[in-house]
Design a binder for this molecule. Structure first.
Ligand code: GDP
Ligand code: MN
Length: 382
């Protein structure tokens, strides 16, 4: 989950990373009130989950209430790279001496965390990486050892940060590392990290991506997720505890096991169709789970056919068949189902289903055959 800048800054604050005082506003008068509280001059900042807001005109300095009104009015409702601005962050403006860059991400190939620091901040880091790669100092951090203050000191020196910024920047890096690890981030990026004219180092921007797989140990993330514009289908699936990802095709998919669900997407594509979703109902596949899965897919108006792809391993196909029959009795489906049932006790499973087979419930022997049938029922390639 990506955070807005203001949420990222609040997250940073928990780990002692300095930011400017400020507040959130969703209309012009709120923006003025936040500006009064933060103290003039202020910066009025568009809150959208995309970079380059400055260049797009979404970041403006304001010296007084009139200027806040003017800028807040212009920025609210603005479109930045397809994102409409609904929220502003208004903070006390900083006097910038220098702009730097600092981030932590995971380097999967190295199996380590990667810290990047540059004295060339405030600009697109991808551009720096492309045009002047030597300007970015990199350090791989072993997750077992963590980041020591000495290493951080060396790194900021290597990156060429100004002498007077180094001590505070190194400390800030260690805190950012703690935020990244203990806060379960996939990305914690500060661009620009600034040295103020009075010699302080702090975060002027925040780009934080939380690792959704760690949500179970962060009940406080619920609040952050509330502000995210989610796919309605995904919201419903989450309520029902399903492993669901919405896609844009017309063939709804239910499979038991993530690997099988992925190959089901592939085989639907191979058959010339497009999947409406990814949905892994796991090993159990009992009536409750099956009914919940069908309900979620049923709410998707783009779905024209549902492909249920079950491979019985430890889960026996006769149990799954009973589950499907029961679920069908509970959910009034808009679309026909194509079922492929294979593996342990598959013949018994098909026997159970035999009485229910109709043009609304088609049973196919093979995965590819079932995919072709589902695509056909969904109206072919669209
Ligand atoms: P981004 O364009 O989406 O990355 O937004 P940032 O928050 O990084 O802001 C872009 C630029 O606006 C920064 O690089 C600064 O140059 C400028 N800026 C942001 N906040 C302030 C501030 O408090 N004072 C001054 N002088 N400039 C600021
Ligand atoms: Mn930035």
């Amino acid at each position: 989950m990506d955070l807005y800048e203001y949420q990222g800054k609040q997250y940073f604050a928990r780990f002692g990373i300095p930011t400017s005082p400020g507040g959130v506003a969703s209309d012009v008068e709120q923006a003025v009130a936040q500006a009064e509280a933060a103290g003039y001059p202020v910066v009025v900042k568009a809150q959208v989950k995309v970079g380059g807001r400055g260049k797009a005109g979404g970041i403006k300095l304001a010296a007084d209430a009139d200027e806040v009104r003017q800028h807040a009015g212009a920025i609210l409702g603005m479109d930045i790279k397809g994102h409409t601005v609904r929220t502003l962050w208004v903070e006390h403006a900083s006097d910038i001496a220098h702009e730097y860059y600092a981030s932590f991400t995971l380097d999967r190939s190295a199996k380590k965390h990667l810290c990047m620091v540059s004295a060339k901040g405030g600009v697109d880091i991808e551009e720096v990486a492309a045009t002047d790669p030597a300007a970015i100092a990199r350090l791989h951090v072993d997750p077992v050892d963590g980041l020591a203050l000495d290493q951080a000191r060396q790194l900021v020196a290597e990156a060429g940060l100004h002498e007077e910024a180094r001590a505070e920047a190194a400390e800030l890096l260690v805190r950012l590392y703690t935020c990244y690890v203990e806060g379960d981030c996939d990305l914690a990026e500060i661009n620009p990290l600034i040295l103020t004219t009075d010699g302080r180092v702090h975060a002027l921007d925040a780009k934080v991506t939380l690792d959704d797989n760690a949500a179970f140990r962060h009940p406080e993330w619920e609040e952050l997720a509330g502000t995210e514009s989610l796919d309605e289908r995904e919201v419903l699936a989450k309520e029902k505890g399903l492993n669901y990802i919405g896609l844009s095709g017309s063939v709804g998919i239910i499979a038991n096991g993530a690997g099988l669900a992925m190959s089901t997407l592939d085989v639907v594509t191979q058959a010339g169709g497009q999947a409406a979703n990814f949905l892994d109902i796991g090993g159990g596949a009992n009536a409750d789970v099956m009914a919940a899965a069908l309900e979620v897919i049923n709410t998707d108006e783009a779905v024209r056919a549902i492909f249920v792809n079950i491979f019985g391993g430890i889960t026996r196909c006769d149990e799954v068949a009973k589950g499907i029959v029961e679920a069908l009795g509970r959910v009034a489906l808009r679309s026909p189902i194509v079922l492929r049932l294979d593996g342990t006790n598959a013949p018994q499973g098909r026997d159970i289903l035999a009485d229910h087979v109709s043009e609304r419930l088609v049973v196919e022997e093979t995965m590819l055959g079932a995919a072709r049938r589902a695509v056909e029922l969904a109206g072919g390639n669209r």
